[in-house]
Design a protein around this ligand. Sequence first.
Ligand code: NAP
Ligand code: F7E
Length: 352
Amino acid sequence: MTETGKKVALITGITGQSGSYLAELLLSKGYQVNGIIRRSSSFNTARIEHIYQDPHEKDYRFRLWYGDLSDSGVLLKLLSQIQPDEVYNLGAQSHVKVSFEIPEYTADIDAIGTLRLLEAIRYLKSSCKFYQASSSEMFGSSPPPQNEKTQFAPRSPYAASKVFAHHTTVNYREAYGIFACSGILMNHESPRRGETFVTRKITHAIAKILNKKQEKIYLGNLDAKRDWGYAPDFVEGMWMMLQQPQADDYILATGEMHSVREFLEEAFKLVDLDWKNYVETDPRYFRPTDVDELRGDSSKAKAKFGWQPKVKFKDLVRLMVIEDLKLAGLDPSKYGLEARHPLTATFLKDLP
Ligand code: NAP
Ligand code: F7E
């Protein structure tokens, strides 16, 4: 708590898709939000520029600190300096395909990075609550529907690292009484999704195709099926987990499953194009092992704290296409689409 009674949050991965929405959500709830960012030779803060605040202000509501999940010393220092009430560990090398190319780095950040943070919390005897960004990728080859009891069967260095981080989170809860929750989240997307993840790659390409700046889109496995939800819905679930009387692990999911091919069909149809004329497969986008089917069962989160996603597949595709058209300077109404989808997140309208 700050002297003026604000709850204090610390977010790793604040520059990422979910970190940026979570920061907005916490600000709208009156938190002081602190985020760890990596030093980079060019700016990587585009997703949080709209909430940036001059660091010289007293009783600030938003501040960024340099750090890295590979650096135990800085994690210890920041935890003891910031004294957070809630820590959200969203930082990760989050790209599954890339994890096959840089497996050791992925494990260092996604697995050992989580251990470093939990160990710093334990060492400092901090009473903060801890959220771990676990992933449905951990289920790998276990068939759907996946729930909290489904066996983990990871199919990538990314997934194996997240399994380690999940078990470490549970262990630190049991061994040291830390209020540590593992949120096992199915894929969540948004207009802020990185452009190399398949949903955004498609909606981004559609805008470029319409602008005649791209002719084809090259993809890998079109048969993979995912449970795609909307990132702002999911960050609300993260926060809700930490407000419960006891720490626990929860799945967040929409319960719907669609293939990459279905995503293509739905997205191209919105701008009156046939996806088959624009898509080619390129072996470089296939993974040595992929996850075939993910469809989550989030009935525990619904029963315990009433979490339910507001945005399902069709609305998600539509709002991502609309936002990418706008970003490319195109008018969505030319395609019969509204200028802003009614379900697009607006956490900041309540900013105190
Ligand atoms: P994202 O957009 O890729 O963001 C990842 C964040 O982690 C970025 O802020 C990145 O910083 C930061 N990061 C990377 N390496 C780091 C390091 N060495 N030290 C500190 N921070 C580092 O991912 P996201 O989609 O927001 O996902 C957030 C978290 O949820 C991740 O842990 C991801 O694995 C997990 N997750 C995501 C999904 C999903 O579908 N989105 C589902 C389940 C779980 P830079 O900006 O500097 O790169
Ligand atoms: O792939 C197939 C690909 O990279 C989805 C991360 O946020 O969600 C994400 O991981 C599917 C896979 O997401 C391309 O093979 C086809 O089967 O968008 P993606 P992901 O691997 O599911 C989980 C839950 C996380 O935790 C991760 O952090 O789409 N696919 N063609 C392709 N995928 C990509 N990226 N690019 C293609 O060209």
